[in-house]
Design a protein around this ligand. Structure first.
Ligand SMILES: [Zn+2]
Length: 386
């Protein structure tokens, strides 16, 4: 009898799940409320993106996809697009021994910088950063009034593409606008979602069902409303329109440098890309070191230098642990120097009893990353010449 009741309950929950309209998740009783101390400059909401794109004057705003939840995925462009005189796709051009057959890039063309905003909806820090970056591209200042005219000068020397949120469905369902001071397990609960019995899917089990459907009570903000994790999509036949649109920008724009913005509990970190050319891993490694030094100099959270290890081959042993994810896909479509950046959420746990960051730190970590990307690409650009 107990078994039957349990089964009926699970069936009931599944019906509820299927019929869910996917509005913002309600914070469950017992969980902490949304932070109330979020400063105005911390623009981490979808409404902040809407306000910003409405006020873009120097750039160009397009909707590159509509999410399964009916939300626009925006891309904002600054700087003219160059004609790269493309004769072949990247793969074929490399096979012909010169990526210039795909995109001719020399000192007469501007570097292209591509920011892929959070594809995991709970990783709101990247939205706060990119909304401020757009404000800097327009005015030279962030929303604190801090001067970033040197960053604006660099933006003006490049072509920039900004996707402020790669997964608006997930962001809309996330009931928290920041996780500063909140328990990491709450971030995990709403970020990766829960099973019908209320237990958290957690990492990495949240990737063991894809699309995430069926045994779901809270659909994690990781996923769009179809249960797709854009970071682990099927890149040869994308399941999410958001993924296809991101890849198409990479293909058309041939970005010199691309970041996919993420967040975790720990200190800020550039992750080593998997399944890309070794020379590109070396470049990302150099970039990661110089960014880390900048964080140290600025008094922000950083890693001891001995923590960084030199790039190596992927998965020399079975079973493999790294994947051909969005980063590898963008690289192999366009040759871009792509990497994942993990910001700090500022969440707390036994491992991190005190937050690594406050709101100001998060914004500085984001804007310093962007500034360093422009520096890197302006000083260390790879030319592709015929
Ligand atoms: Zn993530």
């Amino acid at each position: 009898m107990k078994n039957l009741i349990q089964k009926l309950f699970i069936l009931f929950c599944m019906v509820i799940t299927v019929n869910e309209t996917f509005s913002q998740e309600k914070i469950e009783p017992g969980d902490p409320p949304n932070n109330t101390d979020i400063p105005d400059f911390y623009k981490s909401k979808l409404s902040d993106i809407e306000n910003e794109v409405e006020n873009v004057k120097l750039g160009e705003v397009t909707v590159i996809a509509t999410s399964p939840g009916g939300l626009p995925v925006y891309a904002v462009y600054y700087g003219e697009k160059e004609d790269f005189h493309s004769k072949a796709n990247y793969n074929s051009a490399v096979a012909a021994r010169n990526p210039a057959f795909y995109a001719k890039k020399d000192s007469t063309t501007k570097p292209v910088v591509f920011f892929v905003g959070p594809v995991h909806g709970q990783e709101v820090e990247g939205i706060a950063g990119l909304v401020n970056l757009m404000h800097i591209a327009e005015t030279g200042k962030d929303y604190r009034g801090k001067d970033w005219s040197s960053l604006k000068n660099k933006i003006d020397k490049c072509r920039t593409i900004i996707i402020p949120s790669g997964n608006p469905d997930g962001r809309k369902r996330c009931p928290y606008d920041s996780f500063v001071g909140l328990p990491t397990k709450i971030m995990t609960k709403y970020g990766q979602g829960t099973r019908i019995d209320g237990t958290s899917w957690g990492w990495p089990q949240a990737k063991s069902v894809h699309p995430m459907k069926g045994n779901v009570r809270i659909l994690g903000a990781y996923f769009n409303n179809d249960g797709i994790n854009i970071m682990q999509d099927e890149y040869f036949a994308p399941m999410a329109k958001e993924t296809a649109a991101i890849l198409e920008i990479a293909r058309l724009e041939a970005p010199d440098i691309t970041v996919s913005l993420h967040s975790h509990e720990n200190r800020p970190l550039v992750l080593q890309p998997a399944y890309v050319a070794m020379f590109m891993k070396d470049r990302v490694h150099d970039f990661a070191l110089s960014l880390n030094k900048r964080y140290e100099k600025a008094g922000l959270a950083y890693w001891p230098s001995e923590w960084f290890w030199t790039p190596k081959a992927d998965d020399e042993e079975f079973p493999p642990k790294t994947t051909f994810n969005l980063i590898g896909a963008m690289h192999h479509i366009s040759g871009t120097m792509a990497f994942t950046f993990e910001c700090s959420h500022g969440s707390v746990s036994d491992n991190a009893p005190d937050p690594f960051v406050n709101y100001d730190d998060i914004l500085d970590i984001q804007l310093t990353l962007y500034d360093e990307m422009y520096d890197y690409v302006l000083e260390n650009r790879l030319f592709w010449k015929l």
